[in-house]
Design a protein around this ligand. Structure first.
Ligand code: HEC
Length: 138
């Protein structure tokens, strides 16, 4: 969604340029100025919030999760869940809930506290991108 906004803002750049060049023409100057200002605010906002989730960066950041969840997202200790292959949206929601302490867990509340939204998106991209093989019991 954020990427969409960023892309839309990029596509609007030439439109903005053309509007600017027409400001001196016989078109309604006030109106053009108003459009120009709102487009500028729009692209400013988009660039301030845009972050494309980066799984490779997520892999690096996941070093700090590996002792418990593994770099492969498979639990390395009895109380930690497997997180490999969980949907990115779900992972993001949980990590943000730990960060805000809306979801309480002594360990995860401490781990999640310093993470930025971008860190969380990257971590979710890494762990959600892992493929899990499941074997059903006979
Ligand atoms: C010291 C061990 C430890 C470390 C390090 C750790 N976790 Fe956890 N994590 C846990 C435990 C324990 C839980 C289960 C919490 C609960 O019971 O609610 C958990 C739960 C989670 C969940 C919820 C999974 C679900 O399906 O509900 C996510 C997502 C998660 N951790 C992500 C991470 C990420 C990302 C990192 C690294 C930034 C990380 N954890 C680092 C121990 C750890």
């Amino acid at each position: 969604m954020i990427t969409h906004i960023a892309n839309a803002a990029d596509r609007l750049q030439p439109v903005r340029g053309e509007l600017l060049s027409r400001v001196t023409g016989k078109t309604d100057k006030k109106m053009i100025a108003r459009i120009f200002v709102s487009l500028s605010i729009f692209s400013l906002l988009a660039s301030a919030t845009a972050h494309a989730a980066d799984a490779k960066a997520g892999r690096k950041k996941a070093q700090m999760c590996a002792a418990c969840h593994g770099i492969d997202g498979i639990s390395k200790m009895p109380m930690a869940p497997n997180i490999a292959g969980s949907p990115a949206m779900y992972l993001e929601k949980q990590i943000k809930a730990f960060r805000s302490e809306e979801r309480k867990d002594e360990t995860m509340n401490v781990v999640a506290k310093p993470l930025s939204d971008a860190d969380i998106a990257d971590l979710a991209a890494w762990y959600s991108g892992l493929t899990v093989d499941v074997t059903l019991p006979n």
